[in-house]
Ligand binder design. Structure first.
Ligand SMILES: Nc1nc2c(c(=O)[nH]1)N[C@H]1C(S)=C(S)[C@@H](COP(=O)(O)O)O[C@H]1N2
Ligand SMILES: [Mo]
Length: 423
C-alpha cells in the first residue's frame, strides 16, 4: 500500500488523469472527496466500445503506489495456499475477456432534486470496456472451493487503496456471481490496466454497479455472509471494513441509517427496491438507456431520404434489454428502435431509430429514449421525492439520500436543433 497524502494529491491525480485521458473531463464533487472524471461528451454513447481515454474514473482514496512485480493477492477463507503474484495469475490460470458496462451507482445523481451530496454526475459515469484477466472461478477451484456450490456464501474483496479515513474499501458479492462470470482483470480493451482503473489487478463484476468492481485487489476472502464487523476482527488495526458495503451505496430515504445485513433475498437492485428490502444494496444495474447521436451539440439536417439517424446504448445489468423506444415529441408518442451490434450479458446494446422530421421542419425538439428489460421493467420517467416508500409508484424513481441507481429517462433527453436541407 502507498502513502495517503489526501486532497492535494487527489487533485494532482485528477490533473494527471485528465492529461492522459483527453476524452474525459473533471466532475463536480460537492464534498471534494473523490477522484472523479467523466465521459466528456454524449458521443461516447453512440459507440459500443468506450476507449480507455473516454472511460470515466471514480474512487475515494488515493491510488496506491503499486508495482506488478511485488503485488500479491491473498486468497483466504479457503484451503491455505500462497498468495498470488501477478505472474502466477497470468501464467497458472486461463485468461478470459469479459464485456462490462461499468456504471457508477451515482450516475444520474445530479438529477436529484433536492440535490444530494457527493459527485454530481449527470449521465457521464458509464462506459463499456473489454476486461481481460483470470476467472475467479479458476482461482477458487484451485483453492478447493466447490464451484457448483449453490449455498448462500459470499466473496469479500479487499482493495489496496489507502483509506483517507479508517474505512478500507471492501465489497462482498455472492459467491455464485463470482464463480459465474467475475474476473480479476489486468487488461482493459487489450491494453495494460491503467493505474486509475486498478493496476495491477482489479475485480470486474459484469453488469453490476461500478462500486462492486474493487480496484487494486489485495485479498479475496470466501465468507459465509456479507462482510460484517466479525469478518476482519483479527486484523485489529483500528480500521473498519464494513462502511463501503453497508454504510454507502444503499438506497434509502433521508436520514435513514442502514444497518449491517448478513445477506439479501435478491441481488436484483430493482427487485429489492419494490420488494421488502428496507435499504437496498446497489448490486446489478437498473435498466437504462442514453442517446449518443444526435448529441445536441450542433444542429442536424435530415439526409437525402429525409432522415436523421438516432443512435444510443441501452443496458439492464446482468438482465437482457428486450426493447428500446424513442420519442421525438417529448414523450407524446414512442417508436421501437432496432437493437444491434455486440450482445454480451453484462454490457450495453446499441440501438438505432431512423427519424423522419416533417419536410422543411425548422426548430428544436427533445429526443427521449427508454428501455425495458427482460423482466418487463421500463425506465421510469422522472425522479421524485416520495412520502411513502412502501409502494414505489410506476413511472417514478424514488429520490434517495445517496442519489443511487437512478434510471429515469426524462432528465437524459437531448435537445436538438433541426435545420432543413438546402434543396
Ligand atoms: N479499491 C477501490 N475500488 C473501487 C473504488 C474505490 O474507491 N476503491 N471505487 C468504485 C467505484 S464507486 C466505481 S464507480 C468504480 C469505477 O471504476 P473505474 O474508475 O475503473 O471506472 O470503481 C470501484 N472500485
Ligand atoms: Mo461509483
Amino acid at each position: 500500500m502507498g502513502e495517503s497524502t489526501g486532497r492535494d494529491s487527489r487533485h494532482g491525480e485528477i490533473d494527471d488523469i485528465l492529461e492522459r485521458k483527453p476524452g474525459t473531463r473533471e466532475a463536480r464533487d460537492e464534498e471534494d472527496r473523490y477522484t472523479v472524471v467523466g465521459a466528456a461528451s454524449r458521443g461516447t454513447f453512440a459507440d459500443w466500445l468506450t476507449p480507455v481515454e473516454e472511460h470515466f474514473v471514480c474512487h475515494r482514496n488515493d491510488i496506491p503506489d503499486a508495482d506488478a512485480e511485488t503485488w500479491r493477492v491473498r486468497v483466504t477463507g479457503v484451503d491455505d495456499g500462497e498468495s498470488l503474484s501477478m505472474e502466477a495469475l497470468r501464467e497458472d490460470y486461463p485468461t478470459v475477456a469479459v464485456a462490462h458496462t461499468m456504471e457508477c451507482a451515482g450516475n444520474n445523481r445530479g438529477q436529484h432534486d433536492p440535490e444530494t451530496g457527493s459527485v454530481q454526475w449527470t449521465w457521464d459515469a458509464v462506459g463499456t470496456a473489454m476486461w481481460s484477466g483470470t476467472p475467479i472461478r479458476a482461482v477458487l477451484e484451485d483453492r478447493g472451493v466447490d464451484v457448483n456450490d449453490d449455498s448462500d456464501r459470499w466473496l469479500t474483496v479487499v482493495g489496496g487503496d489507502v483509506p483517507a479515513d479508517d474505512d478500507v474499501y471492501v465489497k462482498s458479492i455472492p459467491l455464485s456471481k463470482a464463480l459465474d462470470d467475475c474476473v480479476l482483470a489486468y487488461e482493459m480493451n487489450g491494453k495494460p490496466l491503467p493505474v486509475e482503473h486498478g493496476y495491477p489487478v482489479r475485480l470486474i463484476v459484469p453488469g453490476w454497479y461500478g462500486t462492486n468492481s474493487v480496484k487494486w485487489v489485495e485479498e479475496l476472502r470466501v465468507t459465509d455472509t456479507m462482510v460484517t464487523d466479525a469478518t476482519f476482527a483479527e486484523e485489529d488495526d483500528g480500521r473498519t471494513y464494513t462502511y463501503w458495503q453497508h454504510g454507502a451505496y444503499r438506497i434509502h430515504p433521508a436520514d435513514a441509517e442502514p444497518g449491517i445485513e448478513e445477506t439479501v433475498p435478491t441481488v436484483d437492485t430493482w427487485e429489492q427496491l419494490v420488494g421488502d428490502v428496507t435499504h437496498p444494496y446497489t448490486f446489478d444495474e437498473n435498466v437504462m438507456s442514453l442517446i449518443g447521436e444526435p448529441d445536441g451539440e450542433r444542429p442536424v439536417t435530415p439526409d437525402a431520404d429525409g432522415r436523421v439517424e438516432i443512435r444510443g446504448v441501452a443496458w439492464a445489468g446482468d438482465d437482457r434489454v428486450s426493447r428500446v423506444e424513442v420519442s421525438t415529441d417529448d414523450g407524446e408518442t414512442w417508436h421501437d428502435a432496432d437493437l444491434y451490434g455486440p450482445d454480451y450479458s453484462g454490457a450495453w446494446r446499441l440501438f438505432s431509430y431512423a427519424w423522419e422530421p416533417k419536410t422543411g421542419f425548422d426548430g428544436t425538439v427533445t429526443l427521449l429514449s427508454r428501455a425495458t428489460d427482460e423482466e418487463g421493467r421500463t425506465q421510469p420517467s422522472r425522479i421524485a421525492v416520495l412520502d411513502d416508500w412502501a409502494e414505489v409508484p410506476e413511472d417514478v424513481y424514488p429520490w434517495n439520500e445517496g442519489g443511487y441507481a437512478a434510471n429515469a429517462y426524462r432528465p437524459n433527453g437531448v435537445e436538438v436543433r433541426v435545420t432543413p436541407r438546402d434543396e
